[in-house]
Design a protein around this ligand. Structure first.
Ligand code: AMP
Length: 210
């Protein structure tokens, strides 16, 4: 795949399908996928100092403080390629820091309701080996608990419990939804209806970024 000189952001509340769309996008475009949630979960599982500090916020469904996130992302921005940001930025202050160092070409805002978020996330399972995402409602693995791609064991994220999901959704509305207008003002926002089949959403995303 040819290297892309394009920087994209996937914006959306919990359960909007950012991770699912991200894996489709990076399968077809040579972008570095940077998911702050994935990096934080790795830090937690490795027991690093950052992971220890982040865990208490993540377990409640609150945002990890901006300073920690901005440092963490700055350390990753060393590739000679475009980026697909997934779950970052989540606050205006993170977005302002980001625009100081990179030009963002498109922001895909995937819009879903709180009810749909709770329904989907309660049924989400993730592969512990390769990170592939399944959903027991509409995208089940062939064998229960086992990843189709790599045979890894599937698990439920500890923040995918209904009470935490509700708080994550409220956090999105309070702290991240202002980013919708922030990017709309910059002319980079593309809004897609996230309450459809992943394939249908991807077609819309693809035509918006090509
Ligand atoms: P995600 O996998 O994107 O849903 O992120 C899981 C959790 O990690 C969130 O609920 C937050 O606690 C934390 N997190 C991920 N990305 C960020 C970010 N950009 N800013 C603050 N907290 C974040």
């Amino acid at each position: 795949m040819a290297k892309m000189d394009l920087n994209l952001i996937l914006l959306g509340g919990p359960g909007a399908g950012k991770g699912t769309q991200a894996s489709r996008i990076v399968d077809s475009m040579d972008l570095v996928h940077l998911s702050t949630g994935d990096i934080l979960r790795e830090e937690v599982s490795e027991g690093t100092e950052l992971g220890r500090q982040a865990k208490e916020y993540m377990d409640r469904g609150d945002l990890v403080p901006d300073e920690l996130i901005i440092d963490m992302v700055s350390n990753k921005l060393d590739q000679d390629s475009g980026y697909l940001f997934d779950g970052f930025p989540r606050t205006i202050s993170q977005a302002e820091e980001l625009e100081d160092v990179l030009e963002i070409d498109k922001v895909i805002y995937i819009n879903i309701s709180k009810e749909e978020a709770v329904r989907r996330l309660s049924a989400r399972r993730v592969c512990s080996e390769c990170g592939e995402i399944y959903n027991l409602l509409f995208d089940k693995p062939s064998e229960p608990g086992v990843c189709d791609k790599c045979n890894g064991e599937l698990y439920q994220r500890s923040d995918d419990r209904p009470e935490v999901i509700r708080n994550r959704f409220e956090t999105f509305l309070e702290q991240s939804a202002p980013l919708i207008d922030f990017y709309r003002d910059r002319g980079t926002l593309v809004e897609v209806d996230g309450e459809r089949e992943p394939g249908e959403i991807f077609e819309e995303v693809r035509s918006a970024i090509s």
